[in-house]
Ligand binder design. Structure first.
Ligand code: NAI
Length: 252
């Protein structure tokens, strides 16, 4: 155990797969009670089963982060089950369609913005209420290198830039309440999302990987390492940051 998160409760959204799945497992190994939230039930419950068979504590809550009633129920379940919400990794996201801006459909725009941006706002809205009531907490939102530069589709880039804006607003508004809020900006990470993109357009993913000076994809574990550190007391003076974990992509 690198960080002592015993007696803390962590919510992870998009925890049935990829980065969120890894973060949920890591929080559990550090001793936290974990709320595994995702829109897909079977895979989400499987993540809980794996955490429990590893000796950890977790609960699955079927949650669509774009639905306020779901998000409120997710936070309520955390409080009813474990007594508080101390940590949150607001990570659920979709890639959407990658058409040029003028060819984007309104449906694709709305879907990506609803999940990637409104979803992060809704999660923070309800998490912050609980954190303030219980004396503080730490939140990490998943943005992307697409939150820093135009590395992706139109609504995706807009949503991930928006996540950084929300992160800064929340960090400054809730610092006095002892809540720290940061964002991670992953580069290309080997998950189902990237596998889907590679199937649709193998050259584009290979191109991104070549643009990462470390010359490979990152792993979900490498993102979880940053998220868990940002949520731990080791990062007690870090708030409002946009933290690239990108193999050097943003350094160029
Ligand atoms: P993934 O596709 O493996 O996992 C995403 C999870 O989010 C899935 O379990 C999915 O069911 C869940 N999800 C989708 N819509 C949801 C909703 N409305 N409510 C709740 N859960 C929902 O993808 P990955 O790569 O693990 O992505 C996680 C986050 O990391 C996303 O926000 C993504 O934009 C971001 N990211 C990923 C990068 C990569 O290269 N894989 C790079 C930069 C950012």
């Amino acid at each position: 155990m690198a960080y002592d998160l015993a007696d803390k409760t962590a919510i992870v959204t998009g925890a049935a797969s990829g980065i969120g799945k890894e973060t949920a497992a890591r929080f559990a190994r550090e001793g936290a009670n974990v709320v595994v939230a995702d829109v897909v039930g079977d895979e989400g419950q499987r993540v809980v089963d794996e955490i429990e068979s590893d000796g950890g504590t977790a609960t699955f809550v079927e949650t669509d982060v774009s639905d306020p009633a779901h998000v409120e129920a997710m936070v309520q379940t955390a409080v009813e089950t474990y007594g508080s919400v101390d940590i949150a990794h607001n990570n659920a996201g979709i890639e959407g369609r990658d058409d040029p801006l003028a060819e984007q459909t309104e449906d694709n725009w709305d879907r990506v913005i609803d999940i990637n941006l409104k979803g992060v706002w809704l999660c923070m809205k309800y998490e912050l209420q609980e954190m303030v009531e219980h004396g503080g907490g730490a939140i990490v939102n998943t943005s992307s290198i697409a939150g820093l530069v135009a590395a992706g589709g139109t609504p995706y880039v807009a949503s991930k830039h928006g996540v950084l804006g929300l992160t800064k607003v929340a960090a400054t508004q809730y610092a006095a309440e002892n809540v720290r809020v940061n964002a991670v900006c992953p580069g290309v990470i080997d998950t189902a999302m990237v596998q889907r993109a590679a199937e649709a357009d193998p050259d584009s993913i290979e191109g991104f990987v070549q643009m990462q000076p470390l010359g490979r994809m990152g792993t979900p574990e490498e993102i979880a390492n940053a998220v868990v550190w940002l949520c731990s007391d080791e990062a007690s003076f870090v708030t409002g940051t946009s933290y690239p974990v990108d193999g050097g992509y943003m350094a160029q």
